[in-house]
Write a new protein. Structure first.
Length: 57
């Protein structure tokens, strides 16, 4: 986190380390894999979805 503490998402993944690898594989595929959307468009969608879900990640 911004003050040096561990983000909750990383705390959860620390309970099952392989889950973090799978999470990042999925993230990389969604954000950088083949798509008609640009990376910027994908990031804008992610921001809107996070805001709608009241998620600050």
């Amino acid at each position: 986190g911004p003050r040096g503490e561990l983000d909750n998402i990383l705390r959860i993944h620390s309970l099952n380390p392989p889950s973090m690898e799978h999470h990042f594989v999925l993230y990389r595929h969604l954000m950088r894999g083949p798509s008609p959307l640009t990376r910027e468009q994908r990031e804008m969608i992610a921001v809107v979805v996070s805001a709608e879900n009241d998620c600050f990640y």
